[in-house]
Design a protein around this ligand. Structure first.
Ligand code: C5P
Length: 314
């Protein structure tokens, strides 16, 4: 295995956009405890960045031993940067999903590990319902494919992604999807109209397993039938009004700040829909395109301690 030098001298980069659940219905539970869901997932242009640059003291890839989990931990170095880098630093970086994804990919394609330094610009809050860790793991799989120059059959890649986390498969392509099963059944959504999105996190972490455990019901109806296309943003809103995030009530009870965020969003005239994403605590507002920036600015003034960002979708 040789590295593509043009990529490594300039640095190969993968964008890891946030995953936002526009709707999330919990429809059942498997015997192993994992929950069955039915969800509409979108990816705003807001996210982390994973970069690989060539190691200063590079060893010829031919001199390296074959990739094993131990070798991978030795060879791969991950630097965490950005507004939420230090939060992630507090966890064991060897167990970081990025490293695990790289290891898994190189082992699966029987390649030595690329002799690179990895840098993760962590712009998304950690453990916050917008799939930061899953997006990073998916970006690592895409980067590993580029650096090794070896591809895996898509079915194998999806399977590997699922072993890293239930949200990793949908983050691999980062295109709007309907996601069901525990996250492994994916189908493309009809084209979505352009819209603005504001993401808000009140600065409190919530435990995904704790929210799942606190659910009142696990047998909710699936999403209503999707139309072949949404005529416009009003059509999408009319559809979304019939949907929910089935985890929101339990999350608001465990973490009242989530209800405060949703109430603050609903009080703003630009908000078309306000809801929690995933298991929280990050919430989103959908707006007409172009009005998301003023909504974000107004909220920042009223709530300077909240993490607030905005972007476009569609
Ligand atoms: O797959 P991931 O590591 O992201 O999941 C974190 C935890 O969330 C799991 O250990 C499980 O308790 C819960 N979970 C679930 N059903 C899902 C996804 C996650 O119960 N579909």
């Amino acid at each position: 295995m040789t590295l593509d030098t043009t990529e490594t001298t300039s640095g190969a980069e993968e964008f890891a956009p946030a995953k936002v659940n526009l709707a999330l219905h919990i429809t059942g539970q498997r015997a192993d405890g994992y929950h069955l869901l039915d969800s509409l997932v979108v990816f705003p242009r807001i996210g982390d960045r994973l970069t690989a640059s060539k190691h200063q003291t590079a060893v010829s890839p031919m001199d390296q031993p074959s990739a094993t989990a131990t070798d991978a931990r030795k060879a791969l170095h991950l630097t965490l940067e950005g507004p939420f880098g230090s939060e992630l630093q507090q966890t064991d970086s060897a167990d970081n999903l990025v490293i695990r994804a790289f290891q898994a990919y190189c082992t699966a394609v029987s390649c030595n590990l690329p002799d690179v330094c990895l840098r993760l610009q962590k712009n998304l809050p950690v453990a916050s319902g917008i799939g930061g860790g899953s997006a990073d793991a998916a970006a690592a799989l895409r980067l590993a494919a580029r650096l090794t120059g070896r591809s895996l059959p898509s079915r194998d890649l999806q399977k590997m992604a699922l072993t890293l986390g239930a949200d990793v498969p949908v983050c691999l392509t980062a295109t709007p999807m309907r996601m069901s099963g525990i996250g492994e059944i994916l189908s493309l959504l009809p084209p979505l109209p352009a819209m603005g999105m504001v993401l808000i996190n009140p600065g409190v972490g919530v435990s995904t397993p704790a929210i799942f455990k606190a659910l009142d019901r696990r047998d909710n109806p699936p999403l209503p039938k999707l139309p072949p296309r949404f005529a416009d943003l009003d059509g999408l809103m009319a559809y979304l009004q019939q949907t929910r995030n089935d985890m929101q009530e339990a999350a608001e009870q465990l973490c009242p700040a989530i209800a405060d965020v949703v109430a603050a969003l609903n009080a703003q005239p630009q908000t078309l829909l306000a809801r929690m994403s995933g298991s929280g605590a990050t919430c989103f507002a959908l707006t007409r395109p172009g009005t998301e920036t003023t909504l974000a600015t107004d909220l920042r003034q009223a709530h300077p301690s909240w993490w607030i960002t905005s972007g476009l979708l569609g």
